[in-house]
Write a protein that binds this ligand. Structure first.
Ligand code: AGP
Length: 615
């Protein structure tokens, strides 16, 4: 999940590459590097040099690289850049990209699984300066390069096993960038000024809104004048252009200290926009997405595949669909899906949920499900992404660009789509009279304003966060939907504050984990489901009896049961099944404030990346 950028054009490439790399840093930020060619002459015309690249790279953030490049007065009108999330090889300058071998310089996103075999086959032992699989790929490409770049790229890709997205410079072809991919995403765009490529749309948005995704195993050739696309046989391929529908001005922090806060605050708007995009005459409608009622009416069961936060959205969908539709729903970690002999067939509707649309675990699971004959619907935030393209149907969330590694608005817009899909399924199966649908839709359409009310109380929530700043462990307990809500809340706290947190089904606690509850252990308890309230309150008393300090999130109408709590936050009242999104926003803010008050880099937590394109 590294960030890749390339530029060839009329202006100097340096600042464009560095600025874009900063936009892509959320994909990986343990080291960064850049390669520039074509020194500019004094009269600012492009002087074709040998195309020998000047390479600058460092560990740490792009800001460090920027300093080095300006100190060294790096310049050139054609170049590639890379921000790294290390997979092969430690975080060192040598392992940072770009990698140069012979006449080839490249940056890479993905994993070459047969790198050791290639080292042996091409006698590379002792000839490499890094520990990376990417440098091995550069060596293999250089091995095949005999003045025909397309032929060399074709031969190289035939030897590689694994995933890759490459941006490549050849020394004797100055001014041109070549790119080929397999699974790892690469998008390309062009204007009169320049032609650019990137590992994701975030770096395209400030430059232009028209782009295309390089089809797998096709080769894009970017020159100052043109963009060409070829298949592996060297035949020209038609370009399928897409348009970014994000507002370019949304790609900055909007005055907030971190993207995460901005994106939390955007939720009422983007949830409303997502709902309205798929409601027609008061009913959920996915006709524009080609999703006919038969697909929702005929399936005998549903299997949801996703990772992380998207998986947690799937758990909420399971509760909704099983309760309202009465069919069985499995929710499976995409990374486990194929390795547990999944029983999916043409009667199983498979939903793949993903913000980035590039999570390879989810993508590979989706492809497997399709191979089993299952109808598939992807719920994705990034238009034209691999998962969107791999599914039979796709429903886009309209969260806009989500930059913070910790997913917030993507999660709640995924939920918005899942609430709508559940209602559409009920209609398709003729389960709901018009009146019930009307009540359901009315409550769903209230969610944005209810969340507005939560956001208006953010200082109150900030005080809840104060209680956890120095905690070593934080437990979160609830049952049913409350448990699903807390699984997501716990992930948020873990990934941005580094505090060990565990969400626990509160009824399960007494079967072992309660042994970990000691005096002063902070426990967040969520009570929003009437049918589970008494049992949840009883489980809370069990941890209180062992000294836990309980922070209770409960519907404001339940005040009578609330005593002996460390802190209480009264949640606005919605029908039980709609309490998920407002409550999740409270937990998002708690995690955000704990991280920010600990002085951490909220948007780029250690060891993480926004898009996980390695298995
Ligand atoms: C969420 O806060 C995490 N950053 C992570 O769990 C994420 O949800 C997961 O990697 C799935 O990503 P996707 O939605 O882009 O597929």
């Amino acid at each position: 999940m590294c960030g890749i950028i390339g530029y060839t054009g009329k202006k100097d490439a340096l600042d464009f590459l560095l600025d874009s790399m900063e936009l892509l840093e959320y994909r990986g930020y343990d080291s960064a590097g850049i390669a520039l060619t074509e020194e500019r002459s004094a009269d600012n015309s492009s002087q074709e040099t040998k195309g020998v690249p000047r390479i600058m790279k460092c560990t740490g953030r792009v800001s460090e690289l920027r300093k080095l490049c300006h100190e060294e007065k790096l310049s050139g009108s054609c170049g590639i850049g890379h921000t790294r999330w290390s997979t092969h090889g430690k975080v060192t300058v040598e392992n940072a990209h770009p990698h140069r071998f012979g006449r080839v310089t490249l940056v890479h996103n993905g994993i070459i699984e047969n790198a050791p075999a290639l080292i042996e086959k091409y006698d590379l032992e002792g000839r490499l300066v890094s520990e990376t699989d990417s440098e091995v790929a550069a060596a293999v490409l250089d091995h095949f390069y005999r003045k025909d770049p397309l032929e060399a790229i074709r031969k190289m890709t035939l030897k590689l096993k694994g995933t890759f997205g490459f941006a490549i410079l050849f020394e004797d072809i100055p001014g041109k960038i070549f790119s080929v991919r397999n699974v790892s995403p690469i998008v390309v765009a062009g204007t009169e000024e320049a032609k650019i490529l990137s590992s994701d749309v975030a770096a395209i948005v400030p430059f232009t809104n028209r782009y295309f995704v390089i089809p797998e195993l096709s080769v894009a050739v970017l020159s100052k004048e043109d963009i060409e696309l070829y298949d592996m046989a060297g035949e020209a391929v038609e370009i399928d252009w897409l348009t970014v529908d994000w507002d370019i001005h949304h790609s900055d922090k909007g005055g907030y200290p971190f993207y995460m806060e901005k994106e939390i605050m955007e939720q009422p708007r983007v949830i409303g926009e997502t709902i309205n995009a798929y409601v027609k005459e008061g009913k959920p409608d996915f006709g524009k997405e080609g999703i006919q009622d038969e697909i929702l009416a005929d399936c005998k069961r549903i299997c949801i595949i996703a990772c992380g936060t998207a998986l947690h959205a799937g758990l909420v969908a399971k509760s909704l669909i099983q309760a309202m539709i009465g069919i069985h729903v499995d929710v499976v970690m995409a990374s486990e899906f194929m390795y547990n002999d999944p029983v999916v067939d043409k009667e199983t509707l498979v939903l793949a949920i993903s913000q980035s649309g590039e999570t390879i675990d989810t993508l590979e699971a989706l492809k497997f499900a399709r191979s089993c004959g299952s109808p598939t619907i992807a719920i994705v935030n990034v238009k034209g992404s691999s998962i969107a393209m791999a599914a039979e149907h796709v429903i886009y969330t309209l969260a806009g660009m989500e930059i913070a590694v910790a997913s917030t608005k993507a999660y709640t817009t995924q939920l918005a789509v899942l609430y709508l899909l559940t209602a559409r399924m009920a209609l398709a199966r003729k389960l709901w009279p018009q009146e019930k649908l009307g009540e359901y839709m009315k409550e769903l359409l209230r969610v944005p304003e209810v969340i507005e009310g939560i956001l208006a109380r953010k200082e109150e929530i900030h005080h809840l966060a104060d209680t956890m700043l120095n905690a070593r462990d934080v437990f979160m307990i609830g049952r049913g939907l409350d448990y699903s809500i807390l699984l997501e809340g716990s992930l948020k706290l873990k990934e941005v504050s580094y505090i060990h947190s565990e969400a626990y089904a509160s009824g399960e606690l007494k079967h072992g984990t309660i042994a970990l509850i000691t005096e002063e252990t902070p426990v967040i308890a969520v009570v929003t489901q009437d049918k589970l309230k008494d049992k949840e309150l009883s489980n809370i008393r069990e941890v209180q009896a062992r000294g836990a300090k309980v922070i209770l999130l409960i519907k404001e109408e339940k005040e009578e049961q609330c005593e002996n709590y460390w802190k209480i936050f009264y949640l606005p009242v919605m029908q039980d099944e709609f309490m998920v999104m407002p409550t999740s926003v409270v937990l998002q803010l708690i995690a955000y404030y704990v991280s920010a008050d600990k002085g951490l880099d909220v948007d780029k937590p250690r060891n993480l990346a926004k898009v996980v394109t390695v298995e």
